[in-house]
Design a protein around this ligand. Structure first.
Ligand code: NAD
Length: 266
């Protein structure tokens, strides 16, 4: 099960396609309703359906479902539908996240902090709580939380997001410690600069704030990356496939940077 998989150049969709290649039956989910993605009006569930259809065309099994991770009622409804269609969740990928409300620390409002908390931290916690009892009864499972370099350090302008992504890595370790004896493995994958729509939008915002062209911002930002470029969603999906598959059977409680070699900041 992948939470937050609708965006065409998003990390969640890349994970869905990659796990399907390894034979996983995939439930790809996202918020219902319309969104502006890469400047165009899109219906997220239609985008999810396209990803699920692509997997089925390649011989895999996949379904697309709406899910708002901030609603425990919606989580229960979604998990019941997945169980009925594909069976219980054996691998949970908490990929839903949002930079919304990222702002200068002093001007980030309590409402923005709370909104960031609900989507970036509480939602992943509630999803994990919902799938763990079933994983325990079946002898194990994998939970992979998509963090960020913001799980490891900080740069200016992303206070709420950074706090929540640190929290995500923190509760991942708690799950690893508490449920390791039940065969449940939990890790955080920490992407750096990944060339998704979300990242492109953040570049535009930062360039505007700093009063410089986007190209100059990109040159400055990637100067700190050893590989001197942003990564691709598929690079993150490979790390998730490793942690979800047999090769990752003795790896739990880690935060794995997929950053091209970048300092996570302070
Ligand atoms: P994205 O915006 O394409 O993906 C996030 C998805 O989460 C979206 O499809 C969005 O609709 C969904 N979402 C938001 N609120 C939700 C909710 N309440 N319920 C369900 N789904 C919800 O961006 P992305 O870049 O693919 O990001 C995927 C993950 O990777 C995020 O957790 C993000 O924080 C993390 N990340 C991205 C980058 C990057 O450079 N792109 C870097 C570090 C971390």
């Amino acid at each position: 099960m992948i939470a937050g998989g609708a965006t065409p150049r998003g990390i969640g969709r890349a994970i869905a396609l990659r796990l399907a290649q390894d034979g996983a039956q995939v439930a790809v989910t996202d918020l219902p309703g319309a969104a502006v993605i890469a400047g165009a009006d899109c219906d997220r569930v239609t985008l999810l359906e396209e990803t699920a259809a692509e997997i089925r065309t390649s011989g895999g099994q996949a379904i697309a479902l709406p899910l708002d991770v901030t609603s425990s009622k919606d989580i229960n409804r979604c998990l019941s539908e997945i169980e009925a269609a594909l069976g219980p969740v054996g691998i949970l990928v908490n990929n839903a996240g949002s930079l919304a409300g990222s702002a200068d620390f002093l001007t980030t409002t309590p409402a923005q902090w709370e909104a960031s908390f609900r989507v970036n931290l509480l939602g992943p916690v509630m999803l994990a709580q919902a799938v763990i009892p079933g994983m325990q009864s079946r002898g194990g499972g994998r939970i992979i939380n998509i963090g960020s370099t913001g799980s490891l350090g900080a740069e200016p302008g992303f206070g709420a997001y950074t706090a929540m992504k640190h929290g995500l890595a923190g509760f991942s370790k708690t799950i690893a410690a508490e449920f390791g004896p039940d065969g449940i493995l939990c890790n955080t994958v920490c992407p750096g600069y990944i060339a998704t729509d979300m990242h492109t939008a953040a570049n535009a915002r930062l360039a505007g704030e700093q009063g410089i062209p986007v190209e100059e911002l990109r040159r400055r930002r990637y100067a700190s990356v050893a590989l001197r470029d942003a990564g691709q969603p598929e690079d993150v999906a490979e790390a998730v496939a490793y942690l979800a598959g047999p090769a990752g059977a003795y790896v739990t409680g880690i935060s794995l940077p997929v950053t091209g070699g970048v300092s996570p900041g302070i």
